[in-house]
Ligand binder design. Structure first.
Ligand code: DGL
Length: 267
């Protein structure tokens, strides 16, 4: 039985989901969070829907065993195969809130999406966006090289700038006014992306959109809220040891101090 002090589970293949965790923590400082980075099996975004679904189910099962009170799928690639998943706890994906925010932002009704190959092939953003507003044009670009660059900590690097330019320039030719960062790793590249798109394209970060939805659900009692007198704790778990993860996590979560990583076996 879930209690109010149980953590909110959140997972991604690697450090990308920390961008979501950070947004959640800023809005919900009283909540406990248990983050799982499936670093032993990263990347997800180049794998088949069947494999990603298997990983998703294993991660959900593992987090449920840790007595979480809800789960956030802080991974677009896993969110793109999550539609028919059966789960006993409240579950949140990043594609639905990101799509809604993009539709609200786009005046020209021309939206670009950069994402992993798996997310692009699933057409999840196209489906969600056009369900909300059918005549919106959606232009997608698979940008698989960006995940390893972020995991390597190369977010401020000329090589990364060049690759970002190569991926995004075809979308700019379509006169998009809104760009969905359709992979939770990409908000870490926001400065590089902003340099390419200029000031007039709105960047959509689904972590922020999701934080709004989760806050509402906690206020409305869909999930039991932790006591406002407490400061929430964050535990970071990974499925493989990684010095780079620890160093990057420290940087991403600043000014928040993070505890040392715990390595877990989810099987
Ligand atoms: N950060 C994830 C996403 O949002 C997955 C990246 C990967 O493992 O390829 O899609």
């Amino acid at each position: 039985m879930a209690s109010a002090s149980n953590p909110i589970g959140i997972f991604d293949s690697g450090i990308g989901g920390l961008t979501v965790l950070k947004a959640l923590r800023e809005k919900l400082p009283h909540e406990n969070f248990l983050y799982l980075g499936d670093t032993a099996r990263i990347p997800y975004g180049t794998k088949s829907p069947q494999t990603i679904k298997k990983y998703l189910e294993q991660n959900l099962k593992y987090l449920a065993k840790q007595n979480v009170k809800a789960v956030v799928i802080a991974c677009n690639s896993a969110s793109s195969v999550a539609e028919e998943i059966n789960f006993s706890l409240p579950i949140y994906d990043v594609i639905s809130p990101g799509s809604r925010l993009a539709v609200e932002a786009s005046k020209a009704c021309r939206i670009g999406v950069i994402a992993t190959k798996a997310t692009v092939l699933s057409k999840s953003y196209v489906t969600h966006i056009q369900k909300i507003k059918p005549h919106v044009q959606v232009y997608q670009q698979a940008s698989s090289l960006l995940v390893p660059l972020v995991e390597e900590g190369w977010d401020d690097d000329p090589v990364t700038n060049l690759i970002v330019y190569r991926y995004i320039s075809p979308l700019l030719k379509e006169n998009i006014d809104t760009l969905v960062l359709g992979c939770t790793h990409y908000p870490i590249l926001k400065p590089a992306i902003r340099k390419v798109v200029g000031a007039n394209v709105t960047l959509i970060d689904s972590g922020f959109a999701l934080a709004k939805k989760l806050t509402e659900d906690l206020q409305q009692g869909v999930i039991m809220a932790n006591s406002k007198d407490l400061t929430g704790e964050i535990r970071l778990l990974t499925t493989d040891s990684s010095d780079t993860f620890q160093a990057n996590a420290k940087r991403i979560m600043l000014p928040l101090e993070i505890k040392p990583l715990e390595i877990v076996d989810i099987n």
